[in-house]
Design a protein around this ligand. Structure first.
Ligand code: ADP
Length: 633
């Protein structure tokens, strides 16, 4: 029984070895022939047929790792070898992919009865997992260390009791402390934190205890060594398992705060300027929401104040705006979609318009000049519109009085001048009968002056009619070519200095007011002569371009600088140049010409540069074929 037990023990021991979760093998002889390998060992080498083979043959993959040499050394010296975390590249899955594995192992020499070494017992435990885990921790520690040392942000390590155990340069520099202060324990949370942030910090601490970290960085103020407040953004996390040490990340936000302050001041100033501006200012988005309104605009819109306007429900808002009947300059009712702001957004350009507002509640009315400027986003789409509303009622009233005066004065002047011209004709007849040549000469000069005077009066009369919207236009078939020839002949008769030539004369028929179109031609031709005192010719061209007739009058005179090209068509606008002689005139001829062409659905413009002469063009739509057919019938 006892013997049975004694025999069983080595057997059990053997079994134990064979089942052990460590790699165990017995190598025999100087060639280290595998005599035995336990199950775990076999698994690790990939169940290869290694028994009975020398290790160099059985496991060629170990070549180059110094393993064979080590075994030889243990065998010959009889000294055991203990390896620690020895890296070995293994292809366990037999996929051709080797991976580094780590082993702790013992090569124990085995001796025979005489004490001579005849084999080696290999005992190896794989520690790959542990090594990798440790490497990872080391890596992340060194990463943290690098982060701390990089000094990009301030970092401090605080104990739960508030003592600051360590901090990086950035942190210390920000608050004016030194490393010695840290070592002497002079830094602690309560000393650094402005009292009103204590509660927020405690909240953060609770969060760290609960979740391990602060979810959202927050703003607070530190107090530096000299007692100054330093605005910072902080975040924190616990860094050990017991969560009694906290790492705090700190970003100095003084520059941002300074910027914020400046922005606030600038915004405040801008706001003050906009609110106190004499003009109304509003800002709308594409959906029509009002984003901004100043006091003047709120009042103009019928609200007692900005607050009242912004607080108004959409119903009250629209009800209030409905009080106003809005018309354009020509007296046409303005549709909501045609308001300058809406158009500016739709058309993506600046719109200016003079509008007349009638408040049906107070029965007061006013004129407002509105300028709407779209503001574009990065893709170039209009996003907002800024409207500037200027109350021009006073100017309009003045304008009205001026118009009334012009109208009255020109009417009053017309009668005596007409009478004077009548009398000169009678006188002329009489004097020619008497054959008084000298008196006749003076009389004809007088008559020329009277003619100029009456044409000025006529211009003024036309202007006031235009203003009042009572300038009538005929609609008749006009042979434009014939009209041009006739007018050129008339004007040629009044000048000895210039020769007017028609260089192109297409056969042009249009529908319109013959006299008014003649007036346009007279104006262009007399201007061409008047503004080219040094030149001797004027060229007229009449061509057909698609559906349009295009007439041009070219002179070789003083020309008009680009900047005035638009303005010369404005009422009373005259280009003045101190270096040039002044030309007589009222500055309304081109204004009237433009109005006449506009009423004929045409366009008038000038091409010129200073000193290079000027060419005035106008276009008119050709008469439709239908009209001409009727003509022929
Ligand atoms: P005015 O009675 O002053 O001629 P217009 O309305 O006919 O008034 O012209 C407006 C202004 O345009 C003129 O005062 C002049 O400065 C300029 N202008 C008109 N035609 C010419 C031209 N052919 N060459 C140079 N300047 C011109």
């Amino acid at each position: 029984m006892a013997q049975q037990e004694a025999e069983a023990t080595p057997r059990q021991l053997f079994e134990l070895l064979m089942q052990a979760p460590a790699m165990i093998a017995l190598l025999h002889g100087p060639q280290h022939v595998y005599e035995l390998a336990n199950r775990f060992y076999m698994e690790q080498v990939g169940q290869r047929d290694i028994l009975g083979k020398p290790i160099r043959v059985a496991r060629p993959e170990l070549e180059g790792h110094g393993i064979f040499e080590l075994l030889d050394q243990v065998y010959t010296s009889g000294q055991p070898f203990v390896g620690n975390e020895m890296p070995i590249e293994l292809d366990r899955q037999q996929t051709g992919q080797r991976e580094v594995c780590y082993f702790n192992f013992v090569y124990q020499p085995v001796r025979d009865g005489e004490g001579v070494v005849n084999g080696i017992l290999v005992h190896a435990v794989e520690v790959t997992e542990q090594v990798r885990r440790r490497q990872k921790i080391q890596e992340s520690e060194s990463r943290l260390q690098r982060l701390v040392n990089s000094n990009v942000i301030g970092v401090s390590f605080t104990h739960l009791n508030g003592a600051i155990i360590d901090a990086n340069e950035r942190f210390l520099h920000m608050l004016g402390y030194t490393r010695d202060d840290v070592a002497a324990g002079r830094l602690n949370w309560s000393r650094l934190t402005a009292p009103e942030y204590a509660a927020r910090d405690r909240e953060a601490l609770q969060e760290i205890k609960r979740d391990g970290a602060v979810s959202q960085p927050y703003e607070k103020e530190y107090i530096d060594k000299d007692g100054n407040r330093i605005p910072v953004l902080v975040g924190g996390a616990s860094i050990n398992a017991t969560r009694d040490e906290i790492v705090t990340f700190v970003i100095d936000i003084r520059p941002q705060k300074q910027l914020e302050r400046e922005l606030r001041t600038a915004k405040g100033q801008l706001e003050a300027i906009l609110q106190n501006a004499g003009d109304g200012i509003t800002v709308h988005d594409v959906e029509g929401h009002m984003l901004y309104v100043n006091e003047v605009a709120a009042r103009m819109s019928g609200f007692p104040s900005v607050e009242a306007m912004l607080a108004a429900s959409s119903e009250v808002y629209h009800q209030t705006l409905k009080r106003f009947i809005v018309k354009d300059e020509d007296g046409h009712l303005l549709k909501p979609e045609d308001f300058p702001g809406r158009r500016a957004l739709r058309e993506g350009r600046s719109i200016q318009q003079l509008l007349h507002y009638y408040d049906s509640v107070t029965e007061r009315s006013f004129w407002s000049f509105i300028k709407s400027q779209p503001i574009f986003n990065e893709e170039g789409r209009a996003q907002l519109v800024v409207n500037v509303l200027v109350d021009v009622s006073e100017q309009q009233a003045l304008e009205q009085r001026k118009n009334e005066f012009i109208s009255m004065a020109s009417h009053e002047l017309k009668t005596p001048v007409t009478a004077l011209r009548g009398f000169t004709t009678i006188l002329q007849r009489r004097l020619s009968r008497q054959g008084d040549e000298q008196a006749l000469h003076y009389l004809s000069r007088m008559d020329r002056q009277l003619e100029k005077l009456s044409s000025l009066i006529n211009e003024l009369l036309d202007l006031s009619k235009m203003q009042a919207g009572t300038l009538a236009f005929q609609e008749e078939n006009v042979n434009l070519t014939a009209l041009i020839e006739e007018i050129v002949e008339d004007i040629q008769g009044t000048t000895t200095t210039h020769r007017i030539s028609i260089e192109e004369r297409a056969d042009i028929r249009i529908v319109g007011d013959r006299d008014r179109l003649g007036q346009v031609l007279i104006n262009l031709l007399t201007n061409a002569i008047k503004y080219s005192p040094e030149a001797d010719r004027v060229i007229v061209r009449a061509v057909v371009d698609g559906e349009q007739a295009r007439v041009s009058v070219q002179d070789f005179g003083i020309g008009i600088a680009e900047a005035h090209h638009q303005q010369v068509f404005d009422r009373f606008y005259q280009v003045t140049d101190p270096h040039e002689k002044t030309f007589p005139g009222l500055g309304i001829g081109l204004y009237i010409a433009q109005e006449i062409i506009r009423r004929h659905h045409g366009r008038i413009w000038v091409e010129s540069s200073k000193g290079k002469g000027a060419t005035f063009f106008f276009t008119l739509p050709l008469a439709k074929d239908v009209g001409q057919t009727t003509d022929r019938v």
